[in-house]
Design a protein around this ligand. Structure first.
Ligand SMILES: [Zn+2]
Ligand SMILES: [Zn+2]
Ligand SMILES: [Zn+2]
Ligand SMILES: [Zn+2]
Length: 379
């Protein structure tokens, strides 16, 4: 996005919640009647977000107080209370950014958007927007926001179905992950860890020994964000320890296959070891099981905790989630909600589809036969 486009976006955000009279919009080309112009002294260190950012700890220009805005030369009355925005930024800095700095013993970048707070400590990533830490921070916050939009659509959820933002932390050093994970995710880890439920958090060490390409970090964040959002939505209850592991792990894997090139992440909640086994392209595996009569009964993997699921059961859970998301009746969201409400799988089938689990299983097998290939494929 060019700086002009970005300025127009900022302006659109400002104007969205103000309503300038039509005549004022023609008044000034710089501010379109908003009375606000980009702050010049911080023109070179501006936030490079494409989605709205509410706060950024790296926006610390003395002239504008980090608002990145200044009164427009045309002297039209400002449509945003800049002093109030400045004070809000100031107050925000004394909360999580200060808490993180104190605990970690140095300042760490933090930015907040509509649905995420991102604590970011990776100096740069291999992407044109990530050539420095500030750019990389906004690239990843934008990606998380894009994922949230996608997640809401796939799970038929509304904004109001979430009780809080997800706190995401990304570290460049293993020692920082080890220090931060027990404090914020309540789970010691030197790889990836998460705290699910009403105020979800995940923390990831960008281990380049495991994540060779830049998109693998993106993939790790999508996998963890999928768990966090699913645990938070509707009722703040994680389905993974109330026999709904299949909706939880199945969806996280589904995003890996749908948005990236196969499954890399397996969550073991107790040990939380990221085991890099069998890089997954699962479609052919499922098809071969179907053809060989080895597809397990749907009941064997839809009533387990996440930790009880074997790798093959995760693969079959993925294929069932795939059917519920891409099959004739898109109803994954309803099944996820049922699992989060501890509804037995058979009961959920009746309530959602008016069918027994056996009938659903028959439909699923027919759909797999039609849609999955035994040849190596993209999925
Ligand atoms: Zn103006
Ligand atoms: Zn910023
Ligand atoms: Zn400034
Ligand atoms: Zn997982």
């Amino acid at each position: 996005m060019t700086s002009v486009a970005r300025w127009l976006l900022v302006l659109a955000c400002v104007l969205a919640w103000t309503s300038p009279p039509a005549s004022a919009q023609n008044a000034c080309k710089t501010c379109a009647g908003s009375g606000l112009a980009p702050c010049r002294p911080c023109a070179k260190q501006r936030c490079t977000n494409e989605h709205e950012v509410l706060f950024c700890s790296l926006a610390r220009c003395k002239a504008c107080g980090g608002t990145q805005l200044a009164p427009c030369k045309c002297a039209a009355p400002a449509k945003l209370d800049l002093a109030a925005k400045r004070a809000a930024l100031e107050a925000w800095r004394t909360k999580l950014p200060a808490e993180v700095a104190e605990f970690m013993g140095r300042e760490i970048a933090v930015a907040e958007s509509a649905h995420f707070v991102l604590v970011w400590d990776v100096p740069k990533v291999d992407h044109k927007r990530g050539t420095d830490l500030h750019g990389a921070l906004h690239l990843y916050l934008d990606r998380l926001e894009e994922f949230h939009t996608r997640f809401r659509a796939d799970t038929d959820s509304k904004e109001s179905d979430f009780s809080s933002k997800t706190l995401a932390m990304v570290w460049a050093r293993e020692a920082d992950q080890e220090k931060a994970s027990p404090k914020w995710t309540l789970q010691p880890s030197n790889t990836e860890s998460k705290l699910m439920g009403r105020a979800p958090v995940f923390s990831v060490f960008y281990d380049k020994g495991h994540m060779h390409e830049e998109y693998e970090l993106h993939q790790a964040l999508v996998h963890q964000a999928s768990h966090c959002l699913l645990s938070n939505v509707h009722n703040g209850i994680w389905s993974g320890n109330i026999k709904g592991g299949w909706v939880d792990e199945g969806l996280a894997h589904w995003y890996e296959n749908e948005l990236f090139d196969g499954v890399r992440h397996y969550c073991y909640v107790e040990a939380d070891t990221l085991v890099d086994f069998k890089f997954g392209k699962w479609e052919a595996g499922v098809r071969r099981a179907l053809d060989g009569g080895k597809l397990p009964s749907i009941f064997t993997f839809t009533g387990l905790h996440t930790t009880e699921m074997t790798p093959p059961q995760r693969m079959f859970a993925w294929a069932l989630v795939d059917y519920l998301l891409r099959g004739p009746k898109k109803c994954y969201g309803a099944f996820a909600r049922a699992a989060k409400e501890k509804k037995p799988f058979g009961e959920a089938c009746q309530a959602i589809l008016g069918k027994s689990a056996i009938e659903l299983e028959r439909d699923w097998h027919a759909w797999l036969a039609e849609n999955y290939s035994a040849e190596p494929s993209k999925r």
